[in-house]
Every structure is written in C-alpha cells, then in structure tokens.
Design a protein around this ligand. Structure first.
Ligand code: SF4
Ligand code: SF4
Length: 232
C-alpha cells in the first residue's frame, strides 16, 4: 500500500521554544517573512490572571486540499506519498492556491530571496566590513543557510521570483529515510512523523490512543497534521 505521511504535534510535550521554526528556516533557507513552520500564541484572561497557549503550525498536507484543486497548472499537487508538494517550474504565480488555502501557509516569492548575497559587493564601512557577496564567497555558500542536500533532493536551492512555496514535510529528507527537520530539532520530542497507512507505526498507534484534533475542521480539508493533548 502507498504511504500516507502525516504528523502529530503533542501540545502537552511542546515547550513553545520555537526550535521547529528555526530548524525549518535553517533547512529550507526561507527569508524573513516566509515562515513555513510557524506558531500561533493565544492569551486568555485578565491581568494578573493570564494564561496562554502556543500552537505550532505548518502546511497540513490536507487530504482534500483546496490549494491543489484550484491550481490551474498542477504546480501544486499531491505526490505518491500523500504529501502536498509544489513544482515551481509549473507555477505561474497566480496565487489561486493562496486564496483557497484557509490556513495561510503558502507564501509568494515577490523577489529572489538572498540574491543580494550573490550580487551586493558594498560594505557599510569601506574596508572594515565584509560585503554580503564577500561573506558568501568566503563561506563558499551562495546565501545564508544554503543547504546543498535540499538542492540535491530535487528542490531548487535558490528559490524563484514570482512563484509560491510552502512546507514540503521536508520531502527531500523523507526520500532519504530521514525525518523532517522540525521533528529532529524538537528538544521535547513533541512531533511524531510517519505513515498513517501503517497500522503499527508510532503515528498510527498514538492517534488511536488519543483524541486528536485538527485546525479548522469546519473547512473540510481533512488535515494530516494532528494535535493531541493541550499546551496547559
Ligand atoms: S494547509 Fe493549506 S497549503 Fe497545506 S495542503 Fe491544506 S490547503 Fe494546501
Ligand atoms: S500560484 Fe502557482 S501553485 Fe498556486 S495556484 Fe497559481 S500556478 Fe498553482
């Protein structure tokens, strides 16, 4: 049977440290304002009796994904493992998927991210500081957090202007038998990634042992990112 990948986030284990957000940025070298892994914080009560919740968020790789349904070019599509992935070479940047996605997890690249690290040779203090280009040349990395493994995994290392992007469940790692970067980085082991079609997998047994919830169930997208227990 084909695999169907999903993720559990155990809110009781989550410490709200944001290591997942940072690991994603480091792995996928996303620039400021483009956060494939993110979180929402909600506060309740009136000072001094205030409490809050921290909920990590990412693309839900929805079973019934509206972003896939509306894409006119099949750039946004489902792969054979049930992940919702994106082919930038087919993307015409129409943003239909962004409008259809109720979770707000798709981002449009309005500029070539980090291009200045390849082109900008000016330094703030002449002779006193590295220019961006000098820095990347000396570090032998074309831009911050350049990840050759991501490029080798079939994803463009320098992202395209005029196309959209979002979380890929670290497909480039999963195809090599590795877990997504956010799962590995979590110091509290709050994330479980695995095959929902395998009854014996940790994700399947954990889902059976809890009452999982999903974000915006009323949208009918059948998310494959599940939350168990609570932050408080
Ligand atoms: S969360 Fe949004 S981007 Fe991800 S599969 Fe669902 S609708 Fe598409
Ligand atoms: S922006 Fe790209 S991925 Fe999104 S609907 Fe348009 S062509 Fe498809």
């Amino acid at each position: 049977m084909a695999k169907k990948y999903g993720m559990i986030i155990d809110l009781h284990r989550c410490v709200g440290c944001g290591a997942c957000d940072l690991a994603c940025k480091s792995e996928n070298n996303t620039p400021d304002g483009i956060d494939w892994a993110s979180h929402k914080i909600e506060t309740y009560g009136v000072f001094p009796k205030v409490t809050y919740t921290h909920t990590p968020t990412l693309c839900n790789h929805c079973e019934d994904a509206p972003c896939v349904r509306v894409c006119p070019t099949q750039a946004m599509h489902k792969n054979e493992d049930g992940m919702v992935v994106h082919d930038p070479s087919l993307c015409i940047g129409c943003k239909s998927c962004m409008l259809a996605d109720p979770y707000g997890v798709i981002f449009f690249n309005k500029e070539h991210a980090f291009l200045d690290y390849v082109t900008d040779d000016s330094s703030i203090v002449k002779g006193g500081t590295f220019s961006k280009k000098e820095l990347s040349d000396k570090a032998k990395a074309p831009f911050p957090n350049f990840n050759a493994a991501r490029g080798a995994g079939g994803y463009e290392a320098i992202r395209r202007k005029g196309a959209v992007e979002k979380c890929t469940f670290c497909n480039h790692r999963v195809t090599q038998g590795l877990a997504p970067a956010c799962v590995v980085a979590c110091p509290a082991d709050a994330r479980i990634f695995g095959d929902l079609n395998d009854e014996k997998s940790q994700i399947s047994t954990t889902l059976r042992a809890h009452k999982p919830t999903v974000l915006l169930p009323e949208k009918g997208t059948k998310p494959k990112v599940f939350y168990i227990r609570s932050y408080n």
